[in-house]
Design a protein around this ligand. Sequence first.
Ligand SMILES: Cc1cc2nc3c(=O)[nH]c(=O)nc-3n(C[C@H](O)[C@H](O)[C@H](O)COP(=O)(O)OP(=O)(O)OC[C@H]3O[C@@H](n4cnc5c(N)ncnc54)[C@H](O)[C@@H]3O)c2cc1C
Length: 378
Amino acid sequence: MADIGIVGAGPLGLATALLLHRQGQAVRIFDARAADAPLTESRVLALSEGSRQILRSIDAWPERLCTPIRHIHVSQQGAPGRTLMDAAEHGLAALGYVLPARDLIVMLRRKVEAEGIPLHFASPVETLLPDAHGIVLRIAGEDRPQEHYCSLALCCEGSVRNAKDMLTHDYRQRALLCRASIAAPHNNLAYERFTPAGPVALLPLGQDYAVVWTRALDEADALLDAPDADWLAALQTHFGTRVRFTGISERASYPLALKMRVNTVGERTVWLGNAAQTLHPVAGQGLNLALRDAWELADALREASDPGAASVLRAYGRGRQLDRFAAAGFSDALIRTFGSSLPGLPFVRGLGLAALDALPPLRRFLARRMIYGARALP
Ligand SMILES: Cc1cc2nc3c(=O)[nH]c(=O)nc-3n(C[C@H](O)[C@H](O)[C@H](O)COP(=O)(O)OP(=O)(O)OC[C@H]3O[C@@H](n4cnc5c(N)ncnc54)[C@H](O)[C@@H]3O)c2cc1C
């Protein structure tokens, strides 16, 4: 039987390859980037306990590079109501773990290399041509395209492209990222603060905070080329006085949109992670959800004699819909609810946060949902 072809060597493609390799399946990875291209990835990831368990199962959990989140403070600017979530309340050492995506990619690449999984760089897959028994990956070459025949193509290329059945929403927002040094220790406390101009998340990373700061496009564009001192002042004003920032570095920005394939399964093809759904980062769900895609897919393929068989892929696709749509709906609802300026809504949101604070079962449900996905639903 031909091997399984994985398109994309980001964190998801690499982790998927390791999961499948671990259960004895032959895999091969293709990435568009050159082997020696510098890793320009500037995202910082908050990974859940569920993701930690998945990465540990392939011996790829970068324990020493992670900063644990032990408490999360959620609030809204200009209106009452706040809630505090605590890891101990959920019997966990941490509610999440923060690390630079670049560090995770480096660790996963080393692991893939150590396991002897073929990884082809400078190999952009342009076309997928399925037939009854397998699928051809057509790879753009310098002179002429090359082809690789495999049993199944797993698309982990990091964005939704060429989808006929795509749901989209342009938030007209940009995420501004930076690392902020702070005047007092963070004590592993993360913040999610909703403001009329967009949410700000502070994630403890080493001694600093990694900042994910959402702004409307025009406001963000005005800040993009501003000096660090202006960013710092704007961030401080935007976030408020709970934390005092002393400096910023490692600035970057990402445009934000929701893009979602309705079906993630085609003929001998599966789209996973960001290639299946690209979400707003407000709830830090992207890679956590992607790793659940990979875990469930590996499970579906474990006993399959033909991994590309339509019945196997259909069953996997059906099984993922609830988790995917719940995660996308949750992220989208947070942005719409906290971004709306309808009269009376800040008060209602405040009630929601106060209820969350006063009702431990509700808090537990939300925490489990964020950590384990739809499996946490009763
Ligand atoms: C601001 C921001 C904050 C975020 N915060 C979090 C968070 O806290 N927690 C979380 O879980 N998620 C978070 N996410 C989402 C997370 O970053 C993504 O889900 C994750 O990085 C995507 O990984 P990936 O492997 O799917 O894609 P990528 O990392 O984009 O990798 C895709 C790979 O595919 C390759 N490729 C592309 N096209 C081709 C082709 N045609 N042929 C071959 N190779 C190809 C690329 O070269 C690349 O190596 C955040 C996202 C943003 C924007």
